[in-house]
Design a protein around this ligand. Sequence first.
Ligand SMILES: Cc1cc2nc3c(=O)[nH]c(=O)nc-3n(C[C@H](O)[C@H](O)[C@H](O)COP(=O)(O)OP(=O)(O)OC[C@H]3O[C@@H](n4cnc5c(N)ncnc54)[C@H](O)[C@@H]3O)c2cc1C
Length: 572
Amino acid sequence: MLKTIEHKVDLCIIGGGLAGMGAAVEAAKHGIKTLLMHERPVLGGNASSEIRMWICGGWGYMETGLPEELRQENIFRNPNGNYSVWDLLLYEKLRFQENLTLLLNCSCMDAEMDGNSIKAVKGWQLTTQEFHRVEAKLFADCSGDSILAPLTGANFRWGREGKSEFGESMAPEHEDSCTMGMSCLMQAREMSERQDFKPPWWSNRYPDDSALENRYHQMGPLQNFWFLELGGEGNTIADTEKLRDELLKTAIGVWDHIKNHGEHEAENWALDWIGFLPGKRESRRYEGDYIMTQDDVLSGRNFPDCVAYGGWPVDDHYPAGFLHKGEPNTHVYPDKPYGIPLRSLYSNNVENLFFAGRNISVSHMALSSTRVMATCMLLGQAVGSAAVSCVRYNVSPREAAQKYIGEIRQRLMEDDCTLPGFIRKRPDLTLQAALTVSNGTDGEVLRSGLERGEGNFWTAQNGDWAEYDFGSKAQVNEIRVIFDTDLERTGAVGRNLPAAYALNMPAKAVSDKIIAGFSIFADGREIYRTDEQHLRCFRLPVNILASKIRLQINRTRGTKGNIFAFDVNGRK
Ligand SMILES: Cc1cc2nc3c(=O)[nH]c(=O)nc-3n(C[C@H](O)[C@H](O)[C@H](O)COP(=O)(O)OP(=O)(O)OC[C@H]3O[C@@H](n4cnc5c(N)ncnc54)[C@H](O)[C@@H]3O)c2cc1C
């Protein structure tokens, strides 16, 4: 008889793509007992070494929070862009997170209901031949394919809405069951001499460019083969195994075309890797209390219960994908970053079910923008933060959205998530203290609450300092600093792992604007020192009595560095 392992937690998350990871880290770090069940051996979903897609997000308005933390950590520790180092980094982030149980190689395949709430889910762990049964107060489906929808009866949608349903000008005239397709990607590596390629007998053949019109297929460092897409006219769940076969035939056929049919600047390039696990763009989308639409995205709308934002264009792919004649997709940019409401992140009929990722409550047209992975990770963080309030006050996701939205948002902003239109409340201890900076500039920007953008930072050189004087001893609980990582410096392309490995590719480095070495002093005594700062957000929990807290800059990477925020939390 096979064994069943029992678990009891506050929040159970299904799926460890970037959305599930965001939810897991945010919830666990704020003290609620969390479990993540993920069916693959590596984390990151479409961003993992198994699929290798770039993490994109708000165009010209880079995400902060966890996406920026992981990107910076990766540039710092993985300057040559190795996918195994990236996998290890994601593994480390979750495996050693306090309050988090990580079940890898464990596929959720059953759920038990108690009225309109989920009582428990069950997963099958491939490596141990064990079942895991997880009872939880709250569940978050971050599986992309929304596995908990068929298992719990949660309402969901599939396919494209007709124009009239939400007044979407870019939607098809009539609703249909088409979606965007899935892809098996390839990566190539440039070598110092000619590389030959012999295609297997079973791959497709593209002897001329006729099948590849409007599909840019020259070889170069930015070639990631995203256009190898099939399956949007069928069923992107049920057809996956059949589509993998077609995608491999297509991908290898395209590589044969690039190498052996025509001039594609590919003479010295070799096939380095091909994905056997199709990366998915779209399948089931849950219905929440609010369904976001094309207009919400393109007008840059915000919401009173905004908990995340997006900014990728409405980028709708034709369902036939690679087989579609003409341009493969649309590209219409939003006016400005748009808000995403918490009401789109929980089920409208299953009481304790959150979701985050590409399966949130959006129309097909809105999904074509919200689906990118940095946005998905922010959605995960938002769900994690909302779950903390649900557990703290013993309320449902809907009640949390109605009653505790301020607290949910404040926690996210403290964790360095930008929320357009919202300013983080600074601690009273910081606002009431006398602030002095050593270099005669205006230090007030350090407590303005504006934590990104030109003009919102204090510029410092080696030896400069900023100090809060509380007038008398105060209980100090936390010191928080936001450094300038030069958010828009290299855009998503430069912050991601390589699409293709060009010969003599320069190693990446974090920006010169990030201060590398600094100390924290309490009443003249050094209580913290580092020479390796490379992240934007620094938070130091302490438990001390002090009348003055000083931040002193010891080493800049360039001639100077920038700081957006410095505050001290505690009480007099
Ligand atoms: C070819 C391609 C190109 C793309 N291009 C980009 C791009 O350039 N930039 C960008 O940001 N986005 C891109 N996207 C979109 C983006 O990758 C997805 O929308 C995004 O990955 C969705 O994130 P997610 O966390 O919801 O899902 P996923 O990344 O799919 O993660 C969900 C995880 O849940 C796991 N899971 C599923 N079912 C279960 C279960 N029953 N039990 C346990 N675990 C389960 C899955 O194995 C998966 O790892 C692209 C997508 C594709 C396919």
